[in-house]
Write a protein that binds this ligand. Structure first.
Ligand code: ATP
Ligand code: MG
Ligand code: MG
Ligand code: MG
Length: 562
């Protein structure tokens, strides 16, 4: 590709209406232009970056077994009435009436459409699991569109929807997407954190948000200073031990590190099959394990819970009940209270729960409450050794508050849509049951903006290579010199032939202009051809991120890119 025939209208000055750095740079580097509030045209460079994100997303979705489809942007209002969201979604849903007086909307998300599709197609458990995704333009009439691609009204989203026959399958689908998201954002070179989140107006029972860490983020997240725990503010307020002066990480997920305690060891200790362990969640306070979360394999209802605890639902979280479950002294309702949270979480997340595992914080001896058997079983193994291992236990350490940009969100929806919209299947026994759903979004266009918030300097964008519109900028500093032009063309064609995305700056411009533009557009590698270097048979190289310069002899040029 040649810059002389390309279209990347760069701007020298920061545009007046752009507040955050990504918005400024997207405009200045000629990547987007605004049509109207929150609605943008992607120019060639911007589109290449968006497509690079989309391709990484596509590869990882495919790898995780999701199947790409493309659903309509226009949706019938009737479907939204069926799901019950027509009257609750509010003004973010852009509604209109077609020539036949039918109410319609522009899709802000696609639960209704995909559930409608699947309810007409899926008959049997044999057709499950199924995960359908699309990369598509969404419209949300945001009250305050701003920050360019960060909060648009029209934007590109990847949305996936999973359908399973049972809870265990739905959990597997959920964590497959969770893992795919982690791979996607790592591959794209983002500094991010997956945090626990409330499931919000889409509904459902459990969810995580993927947050790109940036001061300009509109979300507040808490992150533990010592362990991996993270949550968005609303969620953290619900579960963290918040004191007046400081806020502490709740005893939360501790994934046993190899060499300390494996899933099998914990399973053996708890006396359950290893496949009943959800990851390995150990709840730790004051360096001691206070609870562990296990998947139940029997139906349990709240009555049993109440029977065992001898408490009403309202009292479940009281210190007295905590004491009953955990054996901890009354008044120790802080971290140990999490043991009760475990009950709630387990029930909520997995729809059933037959184990509460609590521990006495004083001696760290675990105690099982087997809800199915209405019995309390004391355990003998002292798990202090787990906590004392070199895991940076979670943890009771201070929490840090930080800002994040939500780039992805995974929800376990359960049967919310399948029940209201009648998306049923026949199980192994020929019984009709609602599909268990999950939904998973990534703001593809927002990812580009979030990336620029993290990857820039005073000269412009510093693209991580996987997102860069071009990997290499080849600057011909002597565009009027025939030898230089011939050499530049040769190198350009050589690189392009090797599959390297290269942009040749062949414009009749001063070197200073070319350097400035290449820096602004942020291509990871600059190759500079012309002047003295060419005479000596070398191309000068510059790493955009480090600024490190070097020389490549023309003779060994091809090998350097092989
Ligand atoms: P936010 O909290 O920022 O409003 P959301 O929680 O409403 O986002 P979801 O419904 O979870 O968004 O949609 C999935 C993803 O789509 C989000 O994680 C985000 O990356 C992206 N997204 C949502 N709204 C916008 C928007 N207005 N502009 C660009 N991307 C968006
Ligand atoms: Mg929103
Ligand atoms: Mg959100
Ligand atoms: Mg969200």
């Amino acid at each position: 590709m040649r810059l002389s025939t390309f279209y990347a209208p760069t701007l020298k000055e920061d545009p007046a209406d752009a507040e955050v750095v990504s918005h400024k740079l997207l405009l200045r580097a000629g990547m987007i232009r605004k049509l109207t509030a929150g609605v943008y045209t992607y120019l060639p460079l911007g589109l290449r970056a968006v497509n690079n994100v989309a391709n990484v997303v596509r590869q990882e979705m495919n790898r995780a077994g999701a199947l790409e489809v493309l659903m309509p942007a226009v949706q019938p209002g009737d479907l939204w009435k069926e799901s019950g969201r027509w009257n609750v979604y509010g003004k973010e849903l852009l509604r209109f009436i077609d020539r036949h007086d039918r109410e319609c909307c522009l899709g802000p998300t696609h639960e209704e459409v995909v559930t409608d599709l699947v309810r007409h197609e899926i008959r049997s458990y044999r057709q499950l699991p199924l995960n359908l995704y699309q990369i598509q333009t969404k419209f949300r009439d945001e009250i305050r569109p701003r920050f360019g691609l960060m909060r648009g009204r029209e934007f590109i989203m990847k949305d996936a929807y999973s359908f399973d026959k049972d809870d265990a399958g739905a959990d597997t689908s959920y964590f497959a997407m969770y893992d795919a998201y982690a791979r996607i954002f790592s591959r794209l070179g983002l500094r991010f954190r997956a945090v626990e989140a409330d499931s919000g107006p889409i509904g459902g029972s459990f969810s995580h948000e993927f947050m790109v860490l940036a001061a300009t983020g509109e979300d507040t997240i808490v992150a533990c200073s010592a362990c991996e725990y993270g949550a968005n503010l609303e969620k953290a307020e619900a579960v963290c031990h918040m004191a007046e002066e400081s806020t502490f990480c709740p005893p939360a997920e501790v994934v046993a590190t190899p060499g300390v305690h494996t899933v099998e060891e914990v399973a053996a200790f708890l006396g359950v099959a290893a496949d009943r362990i959800i990851k390995t969640l150990l709840y730790v306070a004051d360096g001691k394990v206070v609870a562990a979360l296990v998947r139940g394999d029997r139906e349990v209802n709240e009555i049993k819970l109440k029977n065992v605890l001898g408490a009403t639902e309202m009292e479940l979280a009281s210190p007295e009940v905590v004491t009953k479950v955990t054996g901890a002294p009354v008044g120790f309702a802080g971290p140990v209270g999490l043991a009760v949270d475990v009950v709630y979480a387990d029930k909520e997340l997995f729809g059933r729960s037959d184990w509460i595992v609590g521990a006495n914080a004083a001696d760290a001896h675990l105690r099982h409450v087997d809800l199915a058997r209405d019995a309390t079983v004391e355990c003998s193994l002292d798990l202090r050794q787990v906590a004392a291992g070199d895991m940076c236990p979670k943890c009771g350490k201070p929490l840090l508050f930080t800002k994040g940009i939500e780039v992805g969100h995974v929800f376990k929806l359960g049967t919310k849509y399948s029940t209201t919209m009648g998306a049923m299947f026949l199980d192994e026994e020929g019984k009709e049951r609602p599909l268990i759903m999950g939904c998973y979004g990534i703001g593809v266009s927002r990812v580009v903006a979030a990336c620029l918030e993290q990857n820039n300097d005073e000269h412009g964008i510093v693209f991580p290579p996987p997102m860069a519109p071009f990997e290499v900028a080849l600057l011909n500093l002597s565009p009027k010199d025939e030898t230089a032009v011939a050499k530049a063309t040769e190198l350009h064609d050589l690189l392009a032939g090797m599959g390297v995305e290269v942009l040749l700056d062949d414009r009749d411009e001063r070197p200073g202009v070319k350097f400035k533009d290449a820096d602004l557009m942020g291509f990871p590698m600059q190759l500079v051809l012309g002047g003295k270097g060419l005479g000596r048979g070398v191309v000068e190289t510059k790493d955009r991120r480090t600024g490190e310069k070097g020389e490549l002899p023309l003779e060994s040029f091809a090998e350097a890119f092989a």
